[in-house]
Design a protein around this ligand. Structure first.
Ligand SMILES: [Zn+2]
Length: 386
């Protein structure tokens, strides 16, 4: 019998960056002390991956969908239905899901906070229950999520509505939705105000509906590649992709989405799951993306060093004990610290295997800058079959 090969995909969210003056023209990936990454790159394959196809938003939903091997141009229907899957909401064929933010606006409709002052989830759930009681119908239902992030299920006929993501509009008036379904969506947004006004303890005073779409059809990794797979993440979007792709989503205590996350816990659950028979495990860590959004260069470097010291080093030792392995490291997009937002540019990737017989290189933006980008969704098949 041929020995089993196990596979690990590591996603340091948003870790790719651009040269920074404060790092003397280098990037966090170049500056961070990452002996294990360096060693894997020296005996593996490095290159550049177009994880965000042209014309699609540079979001974690798109990038991670590509990393899981699905062409976002074919499969991406919106971010809200992925989050709905993470919340355990099943959409019917005539349903779409909207992201329903609890937001704070002033009297003339200027957006003050897209996160509605980060209400505690318990209080927010009461508010969402009130929205459901008063605005819910046969066609429309509200579902409580976490803090300001909730879901509304609506008829597919409203799918063409154009409604902007509120985090792009802080300090500006929220433009009314347009297109098919706009009147219905605007009416619900207006009707949410008197309902939320009763929740004195909450800063949020209105909903905002956006990011809608039908449930994407993602043929499972089992059906596509004959694989059983596991995943760990602190992020709803990535969890939702896992649910939709038939990947077992593991929960780790202390997975925060920040640099204080439970790095060892994520590593150990990956190794345990592979030892228990999984063929593939995806480790997603949000921390480097958060540092990018905060413009926190030192934090991003620290995140990369923790990846190396607390996940990759011991992970590779554990994989060696399991037998033959293959590893892919790739961010789902870049989040340059100077820009504090995502960019759609191709990102560096690294593939390594237990035999360590690749041509070698460096896992940095500059080192792969002249490589022709490969489509992001081709990486996983290449990892599995090369
Ligand atoms: Zn991301």
């Amino acid at each position: 019998m041929r020995a089993r090969t196990v596979h690990v995909v590591c996603v340091p969210d948003g870790c790719a960056d651009e040269p920074l003056a404060e790092l003397a023209g280098r990037t966090p990936l170049e500056v961070a002390f990452t002996p294990t990454l360096d060693r894997l790159a020296a005996t593996g394959i490095v290159g550049r991956a177009a994880v965000i196809p042209e014309g699609l938003p540079a979001g974690s939903d798109v990038g991670n969908m590509a990393i899981l091997g699905y062409d976002p141009r074919v499969h991406h229907t919106g971010r809200a239905p992925i989050e709905a899957a993470a919340m355990g909401i099943e959409l019917g064929p005539d349903d779409i899901a909207f992201r329903c933010n609890l937001v704070t606006v002033d009297d003339d409709g200027t957006l003050i906070d897209f996160a509605g002052g980060h209400p505690p989830s318990g209080l927010a759930a009461q508010a969402v229950a009130a929205l459901q009681a008063e605005l819910g119908s046969v066609e429309v239902s509200f579902h409580a999520g976490v803090q300001y992030r909730h879901c509304m299920v609506a008829p597919a006929a409203w799918g063409g509505v154009r409604s902007v993501p509120p985090h792009d509009l802080i300090g500006r008036p929220l433009p009314p939705p347009s297109g098919p379904g706009a009147a219905e969506v605007a009416a619900l947004v207006a009707a949410s105000r008197p309902v939320l006004a009763r929740f004195d303890a909450m800063e949020a005073n209105q909903i905002w509906l956006w990011g809608q779409g039908r449930s994407p059809e993602l043929p499972s990794l089992a059906s596509r590649h004959g694989l059983s797979a596991g995943l760990v993440t602190a992020v709803d979007l990535v969890r939702g992709l896992g649910v939709l792709a038939g990947i077992e989503v593991h929960e780790v205590e202390g997975a925060t989405g920040l640099v204080d996350t439970n790095w060892e816990g994520k590593r150990d659950i990956a190794l345990q799951s592979l030892a228990d028979g999984a063929d593939l495990f995806v480790i997603h860590v949000e921390a480097t993306d958060e540092s990018g959004h905060a413009g926190d260069v030192a934090g991003k470097i620290e995140g990369l060093e923790r990846w190396d010291r607390r996940i990759l080093g011991p992970l590779v030792e554990g994989l060696d004990d399991l037998g033959r392995w293959r590893l892919l490291v790739v961010p789902d997009h870049a989040t340059p610290c100077a820009l504090r937002t995502h960019t759609p540019d191709p990102v560096p990737f690294l593939m390594a295997r237990s035999r360590g017989d690749g041509p070698g290189g460096c896992f940095t933006e500059a080192a792969v800058g002249s490589c022709p980008p490969v489509a992001g969704h081709h990486l996983l098949p290449r990892l599995l079959h090369r």
